[in-house]
Design a protein around this ligand. Sequence first.
Ligand code: HEM
Length: 146
Amino acid sequence: MREPTAARPYGDGASSFAAAGEEQGVTCLVEAFYRHMDALPVAQTIRSMHEADLQLSRAKLTAFLCAWLGGPNRYAELFGPISIPAAHQHLAIDEAERDAWLACMTAAVHEQPWAEIFKHYFLRAIAVPANRVRLASVARRAASER
Ligand code: HEM
């Protein structure tokens, strides 16, 4: 597993994408993520927001995370432009749903053959868009109540 160097810390260029094992590593992560979403009792509510068949969800999250980690923009190539908060606005996501999503991601990350320091970095970083998703959902619901 490649470690960051002073010249290329995580988040710089494709260093995070490399640390995650590139496309194959991201595919393994997302496979584990949705396996935990299927199995964890705390994730039942968010699992029921998804289609029964998770194949497209897997493909989309894998494609998105490749770009998010600084790799090739597979999501744009395959599905077009995306704003993550806007893509979730129609869903009811509060703290419990955000935390359930992050619990699935945490369980998945801990299964990966990644450097411990990169696992820690990844989980801190992914919590940022997860919270933005919650805020967008809260704002949309508040606006629709006005
Ligand atoms: C905060 C908790 C989150 C929940 C509960 C959640 C739930 C969902 C659900 C239910 C869908 C399917 C939507 C539909 O079919 O209409 C979805 C799609 C998606 N999610 Fe999330 N999500 C969360 C956070 C995130 C984060 C943080 C990311 C990326 C860093 C992400 C990436 C995606 C992508 C790429 C899609 C596909 C969007 C599309 O192409 O329409 N999600 N999410």
